[in-house]
Design a protein around this ligand. Structure first.
Ligand code: SF4
Length: 362
């Protein structure tokens, strides 16, 4: 089946709501037409700067306004990051994804340091991904030149439900950053979270937004909310595994070429549940005992699961060739002292305000 960029919400809902076995069979068939079903890409997510974020994402313990117990960290240095990347490589990861709890990238010393991290990991022959918040086009170009392979910027949910979770920026700001990344040769990683109280229509709406991007994101993480004490979404119920499998299968069908990543929430899933997700088209996971700040299965457990299922970790640069690294002194781009512009939706979200008030009182 050729990749379509004109999916409608009605069509996606129809797929999502199919009888379970039919949905699984269709997704698994499409998966086999576009990917090796026994290969799964393994990424290690590294929090290079933790906590203290000025945004109000309702699911996130790194938002300064909610968290109570999270231990924040300033930006790690290049050597620390390189040492962690080497460990990740030794345990079978082909990609390192570096996350910084920033609203956006600001040109300056810290960004220069991140560029050096990108250079040093690319030189280890690993795929490098960053998730640093909003980016300008020049910043995206500088990351590309340093050897960045992918940039992660999640849409989180549908455009309508996004407003119920985050008030400090708009959905269009997310699309703008993705567009800036698309102007470079860096691949796009963008997905979302289910279990935040959204409807099935919202899940379909998010898949419309992602699948109608042209090109579609090379990687789409599907996360199950991990409710964290102190955040506005702390009391959400656990996502049923069936919903997760349906979401993975639907993503696979509407984005056949994409690597669908089974992301946060795996600790709450049985191995059998995860196996069903792989069968339905998931072909990427995050490894390591932490996903930024929330728990994740131990890498040895994952490798044991891979053995049981006959899965092999994907080698780096199979989907796209390795970018070349340009050293800082040979850069074609200047430090423009920029920071991206973003919208200020200015609405209030009751449960976010309540969570903030609770922290203040404590
Ligand atoms: S999800 Fe990212 S942008 Fe939102 S509060 Fe957490 S660290 Fe900040």
């Amino acid at each position: 089946m050729a990749t379509r960029h004109d999916w409608t919400k009605e069509e996606i809902l129809e797929i999502y709501n199919k009888p379970f076995m039919e949905l699984l069979y269709e997704a698994a068939t499409i998966h086999r037409q576009h990917h090796d079903p026994n290969t799964v890409q393994v990424s290690t997510l590294l929090s290079i700067k933790t906590g203290g974020c000025p945004e109000d994402c309702g699911y996130c313990p790194q938002a300064a306004r909610y968290h109570t117990n999270l231990e924040g960290n300033d930006l790690m240095n290049v050597n620390q990051v390189k040492a962690q990347a080497l460990r990740a490589k030794a345990s079978g990861s082909s990609r390192v994804c570096m996350g910084a709890a920033w609203r956006n990238v600001k040109d300056g010393e810290e960004f220069d340091s991140v560029l050096e991290m990108v250079r040093s990991i690319n030189k280890l022959d690993m795929e490098v991904c960053c998730t640093l918040g909003m980016l300008t086009e020049n910043q995206a170009q500088r990351l590309a030149e340093a050897g960045l392979y992918a940039y992660n910027h999640n849409l989180d949910s549908s455009e309508e439900y996004y407003k119920e979770v985050i008030s400090t920026r708009g959905f269009e700001d997310r699309l703008k950053t993705i567009d800036n990344v698309r102007k470079t040769n860096v691949t796009v990683c963008s997905g979302g979270i289910i279990g935040m109280g959204e409807t099935v229509e919202d899940r379909a709406g998010m898949l419309v937004a992602l699948s109608t991007l042209n090109p579609q994101p090379e990687s789409v993480p599907i996360n199950a909310l991990v409710p964290v004490e102190g955040t506005p979404l702390a009391d959400q119920e656990q996502v049923p595994i069936w919903d997760m499998i349906r979401m993975v299968a639907t993503t696979r069908i509407v984005m056949p070429e994409t690597q669908v990543r089974l992301s946060a929430g795996r600790t709450q899933m049985s191995r059998e549940g995860q196996a069903m997700c792989f069968f339905a088209g998931a072909n990427s996971i995050f490894a390591g005992d932490k996903l930024l700040t929330t728990p994740n299965p131990d890498v040895n457990e994952d490798m044991e699961m891979f053995r049981a299922l006959g899965l092999n970790p994907q080698k780096p640069f199979v989907k796209k060739e390795q970018p070349k690294t340009v050293e800082a002194e040979e850069s074609r781009f200047q430090n423009l002292g920029e920071k991206p512009k973003w919208s200020r939706p200015g609405h209030s979200i009751e449960r976010n305000l309540a969570a903030q008030q609770k922290v203040k009182k404590a």
